[in-house]
Design a protein around this ligand. Sequence first.
Ligand code: HEC
Ligand code: HEC
Ligand code: HEC
Ligand code: HEC
Ligand code: HEC
Length: 397
Amino acid sequence: MVCHDTTGTYKKFPAGCGHPAYEEKKMGKKVFIPVDLRNVARHVGRTSRKTCGTCHFYGGGGDGVKHGDLDSSLLTADKNLDVHMDAGGLNFGCTRCHTTMAHRIAGRFYSSPSTDRYRLALPDDDGSRIACESCHSRRPHRTNRKLNDHTDRIACETCHIPALARVNPTKMWWDWSKAGRFDENGRMIVKKDDKGRIIYHTKKGEMRWATNVMPEYEWFNGVITHVLLSDRIDDSRPVRLTQIHGSCSDPASRIYPFKKFRGKQPYDPVNKTMVVPRLFGKKGTGAYWAEFDWLKSVKAGMDAAGAPFSGKVGFVETEYLRPVAHMVAPGKDALSCDECHVEKGRLEKLRGFYMPGRDRNRVLDTTGWAVVGIALMGILIHGLMRIITRSEGRRRK
Ligand code: HEC
Ligand code: HEC
Ligand code: HEC
Ligand code: HEC
Ligand code: HEC
């Protein structure tokens, strides 16, 4: 129903494990009236940006928290924000690209490689249309053909999504170690910025938001692995919770854009593992949002997960990379040559391959110019000799 409701009344109850309110319920000051399931069932229809967005725009606990390229601004997107979901233009729904076959939604980064498998959907037009290439082919540029030489090593998204969160801000930093502060009257503290985004909450800690975020770039072959509860971490530097696989020597890899979400999270400094805290629940369950005690909360979470816990809690800085595929800007806003082919360009951090304009080899450059110099001298001497011998020849006549 959440996918097919067209009445806009189907809502889950926040603490209902996905269920809506079946009778009137309260959550804080908000009242949830029971959903008229019969009415919703009589008004099922096609999915839309709105129905898919009910979940995907609010991942991580709010609008634009998890993704920098999927938020509620896409409901009323113009062409500058997203050429495909432009409400006054192409007006694509999500399933125009995420084609479905028996409810299996195309496009899983975790299991499908980012390159090679995709080809133009035409002429058979029965496969998935998830890749840019499915509709545009691998050689989509008509006027500037040099760009087509790049599509084997650079994902379309890299050049066509110049910045994330171009309308609504996205959360970039989430520091859980700052949670648990109360004001002098023992009340919870909630601070918002001028756009109404929460920047401090006693339950969740400190956060930072940003708009027009430049993505991070990585070689990526479509495989992402995650740090698991059983994995030992190195707590001397920020822990990369997602590992992006691929390299420039791997022909299946291309350079892709990512949102890098950073923060501080509780971990076990003795066993050197990440931990699962219990957040939600009543007093006495160890829930952090009731007792504000990390030790109790992590103990309760780790017990529930059946994972070993040393009894000590620390905080470690973490990084989480998320691939980006939406908010494709118009062609005129795509990256220009000199955003990459310069010394301090966007691909500054990626090394191990040669990029004209950025990389140079001093010995090769010196040798090259020396050869040019010698050749020039040769030409000059040769020319001079010709002039001299010519005039001598004339004299002899
Ligand atoms: C123009 C085509 C297009 C449209 C329209 C589109 N997507 Fe995507 N989406 C992609 C591509 C391409 C990817 C990445 C490729 C893959 O998953 O294999 C992607 C990836 C995703 C992911 C995975 C992201 C991640 O970080 O793992 C989600 C979730 C998603 N899309 C949801 C949506 C929703 C919701 C909508 C509608 C509001 C939507 N998409 C509209 C093309 C599109
Ligand atoms: C009830 C909430 C909900 C709705 C509605 C929903 N999704 Fe999802 N979707 C999820 C969750 C949760 C996941 C992650 C599942 C997993 O990791 O196995 C997911 C995963 C995905 C993925 C794969 C993401 C990845 O990183 O591999 C895509 C693509 C996607 N959804 C697209 C859509 C589209 C298109 C729609 C609308 C037709 C939609 N979803 C509606 C909750 C939802
Ligand atoms: C379901 C088919 C489909 C998919 C998948 C798709 N596009 Fe498009 N795209 C279109 C159509 C249709 C147009 C409008 C016709 C045109 O301008 O060629 C368009 C237009 C564009 C434009 C030109 C906008 C302008 O300046 O007028 C760009 C750039 C673009 N797409 C990039 C992408 C990228 C990058 C992806 C992958 C994330 C992608 N497309 C995926 C169908 C698709
Ligand atoms: C190296 C950067 C780069 C890559 C990679 C790239 N593009 Fe482009 N693309 C551009 C630029 C720049 C323009 C604007 C061209 C112009 O104005 O001459 C453009 C224009 C377009 C257009 C508008 C039509 C046109 O001929 O101007 C479409 C559609 C498009 N790109 C789709 C794609 C798709 C699909 C991919 C992946 C297969 C892709 N692009 C890969 C930089 C790139
Ligand atoms: C997103 C960054 C990016 C942009 C934008 C970009 N390039 Fe490149 N370019 C690269 C990378 C990376 C390589 C090396 C690829 C490889 O090793 O195959 C490269 C290679 C090249 C090469 C040498 C290999 C070849 O294909 O001949 C030339 C020439 C070149 N680019 C010209 C251009 C021009 C002209 C533009 C603008 C129209 C442009 N590039 C835009 C990243 C970029």
